[in-house]
Every structure is written in C-alpha cells, then in structure tokens.
Design a protein. Structure first.
Length: 83
C-alpha cells in the first residue's frame, strides 16, 4: 500500500481506468462474436451488428485500447464475411 497521497490517488485512478478499459474491450469482443454468429446463422440483422461492432472497434482505437492495424484487420475480416 502506498503511503504518499499522490501515489494513493494514482492507484485509485489507475484502478478505475483499468475497469473501464476492460469493460470496453469486453464489449468490443462480444459485439464481434455476436456479428460472427449472425453471419454463420445467416440472420437478418447482420448489417446492424456489423455497424455496431465497427463502431466499438473504432472507439477502442480512439482510446488506445487496441492498435489501429488490429482494428483495420478486424473490420476487414468482418466486411469480407458480410460480402
């Protein structure tokens, strides 16, 4: 446990940020999985799920949670499955 006040605050902030980042990454991964399942089962809402997953991938890049190349790769794979 830190004793210095600034270290205590920094630990509190990093813990909060870690939870937020993990939540956002999890939401992105879940959206991608839902989209992939919809494509495999040939569901009607593929386009909506694609848009939602792409949006979450872009948000993850904007917050530096994933690299832009990974985002491009994920979006490219999803787009090729859609077509």
């Amino acid at each position: 446990m830190p004793i210095i006040q600034s270290a205590i605050k920094r630990e509190r902030q990093s813990s909060k940020a870690n939870k937020q980042n993990a939540s956002q990454l999890s939401a992105m991964r879940t959206a991608i999985k839902r989209y992939n399942q919809a494509v495999e089962s040939d569901a009607d809402n593929k386009e909506d799920l694609f848009r939602n997953a792409s949006k979450l991938v872009d948000k993850a890049v904007a917050k530096n949670l994933i690299h832009k190349n990974k985002a491009a790769r994920e979006k490219s794979r999803m787009a090729s499955k859609l077509n």
